[in-house]
Design a protein around this ligand. Sequence first.
Ligand code: GTP
Ligand code: MG
Length: 310
Amino acid sequence: MKKIAFIGLDAAGKTSIITAITKKFGFEDEVAKLTPTRRISRDTFKFLGIEFSRLDFGGQRVYRDDYLKHPEKYLNGIDLIFYVIDAQDFDRYIESIDYLEEILLHFKEIQEEVMVAILFHKFDPQLVDNVEINKRILTLKQALTRYSNDFDIFFFETSIFDIKSVMDAFSSGLSMLFDKMELVSNLFAEINKNYDAILISLFDTKGITLGEFYRPHLQLSHKLKIYELYLELQKRIISENKKVYEFSDVFENGERFSGVIEVLEFSKLDFYLLFIIEENVQNLEETVTLLDKIEAAKPQMENLILQLIQ
Ligand SMILES: Nc1nc2c(ncn2[C@@H]2O[C@H](COP(=O)(O)OP(=O)(O)OP(=O)(O)O)[C@@H](O)[C@H]2O)c(=O)[nH]1
Ligand SMILES: [Mg+2]
């Protein structure tokens, strides 16, 4: 059993993030109705066949004081912290860093290792190019790097209005707990050598990414389109009880793409392999070669998954 915790000030967005991860679509109504979390709320989920306990630490002052008064009771045994900061709330940056510092201090004192994913949350799509917030976040990151001598710290910008940003942060956070996870992405990069696929990706049934290769410099709008499509495909493949699903679609700039989503079973667990390529009528041969390479790499994927699970 592994333990992951969402920690941060009140109203940072922790419960919203967990709701978004669990539902993936249609969560807006539920998020709008959320009330502050009382104490710690818990649930469990499975990833790679391993049981995870997920703790959502209510961030109101009274609770924070209590956690810090009895840190051994609340914090010991946590493997991974998602520390959530409301990136829009500049006035509370300092308060948020202070809280994080006290938590990390405890882990340092008891000499327990913990991975830390710091989420600059509420970084909503319309703020992505906003100079002020980007400057503020950068300054905050610089201040936070002082902890990187003692802890493995990673930064993410997230928003519930960009579900992909949340899933990416969650997947990358979890992958920090598995030494060899990056080998899956490396394998995809290797497969794609001499080719130009748009995406090769392996997900679990809950949409947690195990590894992916994206065409470098792929536009954000393309990525979002692909992610939307992926959610749709996943729904369809389940409801129609299919093992393979082929599709063809078009980006907003008119460029056509096609791909395949396929259910693979490794070690009694289901995974989804998704690959997307540009539709290229002139060069069908290249496409076929790429598909062959992906096909041939399945035993390697299985092997990597088995190594991860061990
Ligand atoms: N703009 C914006 N608002 C968000 C985002 N995520 C959450 N919120 C809003 O932030 C508020 C607080 O969200 P919660 O998820 O309840 O916050 P919390 O961190 O769980 O708070 P406590 O339970 O008190 O610790 C809600 O009004 C959400 O709608 C986001 O990505 N962008
Ligand atoms: Mg909450």
